[in-house]
Design a protein around this ligand. Structure first.
Ligand code: ZN
Length: 310
């Protein structure tokens, strides 16, 4: 039964309102949500997930957008999108030829066309997974798991009508998380051909459609890689992890994104071990804004009674 137009629209609006009530990031639990007036979207200042798009007025409690974050996000770059066009399906109804033989031929051509399109898009997807994995220096096990997840999505017909680049980027992001070697959205975006918004959208879509439950990443998961990217050794890595554990015991990590916590803990640990890295150095590597690093660092050092001498 068709739902009357009016009712259908009403339901949709209600759904949208509900989604906009979100007060924390569903991805990392951070309460640092930012409303971007220009793009009419809400994103998480900690992990960069785009939480809602096409937003309407949300009221006054939304914190002001700071210009530094604006410029950081604005660099997200223009996507170069390659879509597989499926001409066969859209023109299906135009083939009403009376000659049955011709009809059958067309039918067969359609099928082959669809098979070829699917196969071509699958090959392209695998090559994208391979290309991005290699740029992100991911082990073979993760590439294989990502390819399998892609195949699963394909079998459920989740790819049709979507950009393969968006889906493959989201799949890599998911797989890294599942394997305990999380990459930040920013890192995936850097090797991807699509924007952070598109990756976020594909990510939310896949989680929902594949019914995937992914527990929030722990700040500790990010520490080894960030430290090595900053040229910091084992002592500092251990110290940063110790800080994170203490912070977590005191529940200082609640409502804070894991990447921001990791960044601040590393920043503090480096100073304590006499290897100072600037907030900008840490920001460049982690993708967390300097403002966020400064805020987390102040919270952590104050609450944990750590004396940081610059
Ligand atoms: Zn987040």
């Amino acid at each position: 039964m068709a739902v009357p137009e009016g009712e259908k629209g009403g339901g949709k609006d209600k759904k949208r309102e509900k989604r906009e009530e979100v007060k924390e990031c569903p991805e990392c639990g951070s309460k640092c949500l930012v409303r971007d007036y220009g793009k009419a979207e809400i994103f998480c200042a900690d992990c960069g997930l785009v939480i809602a798009e096409n937003i309407v007025d949300l009221g006054p409690e939304w914190r002001a957008f700071d210009s530094e974050q604006m410029s950081k996000r604005a660099r997200a770059g223009a996507p170069l999108t390659y879509r597989i066009h499926d001409k066969g399906l859209s023109t299906l109804t135009n083939w009403g030829s009376p000659a049955q033989g011709q009809y059958k031929l067309k039918k067969w051509q359609q099928r082959t066309h669809i098979a070829n399109t699917t196969e071509r898009s699958f090959i392209f997807a695998l090559s994208e997974i391979e290309r991005m994995s290699s740029a992100l220096k991911l082990p073979v096990s993760i590439r294989e798991a990502a390819s399998m997840l892609y195949r699963k999505a394909m079998k459920k017909h989740l790819i049709r009508g979507r950009s393969i680049e968006g889906i493959t980027s989201a799949i890599l992001y998911i797989t890294c998380r599942q394997y305990g070697v999380p990459r930040t959205l920013e890192e995936v975006r850097e090797v991807s051909r699509v924007s952070q918004k598109e990756i976020s959208r594909a990510y939310r879509f896949l989680l929902r459609e594949l019914d995937l439950k992914i527990s929030p990443a722990s700040p500790i998961d990010f520490v080894p890689r960030f430290c090595s990217m900053l040229g910091l050794g084992g002592d500092i890595r251990a110290k940063a992890i110790e800080i994170i554990k203490k912070a977590s015991e005191k529940e200082l990590t609640n409502g804070r994104g894991p990447i921001g916590i990791a960044a601040a803990a590393i920043y503090i640990a480096a100073i304590l071990n006499g290897e100072h890295r600037t907030q900008k150095d840490v920001s460049d590597v982690t993708g967390v804004t300097e403002v966020t690093i400064r805020n987390r660092y102040k919270e952590l050092s104050e609450q944990l009674d750590i004396e940081v001498l610059l």
